[in-house]
Write a protein that binds this ligand. Structure first.
Ligand code: PNS
Length: 163
């Protein structure tokens, strides 16, 4: 079976990598789909192209993975690609309500199933937003993101005056 792993990936973290690696062992193929919304473009740290380049580099060692992007409803993407399984990671109970809501809505809207993979406890506190914040203040994120993300963050914040 082939699955879709959707997200913003701004940027991909070690938590995403953990879920993705484990999904790649379960499913025949996993498509990472960077969901983007032109109206929200300014809200991201990395452009769509940058996020996809980071993903390409971070997942180069995984053979049954591909990467693309989509603007619109996830269920529309699923139908276009003829996929019916969405993979999402769950870190803690705090993720549950949001994930429950979108899983139910996606099933209602498009008859697609969501499969959850529990992120390893070691990454349960890691989110892209926290990673962006730490990196923006010059903090070390090398333990909690893949190398490609760490390097891209370094370049992004190089020369930015810190408060
Ligand atoms: O990495 P994120 O930000 O947690 O990913 C959330 C994402 C992009 C998977 C979700 O917001 C999404 O699917 N957006 C596409 C628009 C959509 O289908 N919305 C309805 C979900 S009920």
């Amino acid at each position: 079976m082939k699955a879709v792993f959707p997200g913003s990936f701004d940027p991909i973290t070690s938590g995403h990598m953990d879920v993705l690696t484990r999904a790649s062992r379960i499913f025949e193929h996993v498509n990472i789909t960077v969901m983007h919304n032109a109206r929200k473009q300014g809200q991201h740290l990395f452009t769509l192209e940058e996020r996809m380049n980071i993903l390409e580099s971070a997942t180069a060692h995984l053979s049954n993975i591909s990467i693309d992007s989509f603007s619109g409803l996830l269920v529309d993407y699923m139908h276009l690609q003829k996929r019916s399984i969405i993979v999402r990671g769950l870190r803690a109970v705090s993720d549950y309500e949001y994930e429950l809501q979108i899983a139910h809505l996606n099933r209602q809207l498009g008859d697609v199933e969501t499969v959850f993979i529990m992120a390893a406890t070691r990454w349960s506190f890691v989110s892209s937003s926290m990673v962006r914040e730490i990196a923006s203040y010059g903090g070390d994120v090398t333990e909690i993101v893949p190398l490609a993300s760490a390097e891209a963050l370094k370049i992004k914040f190089a020369g930015v005056a810190r408060p």
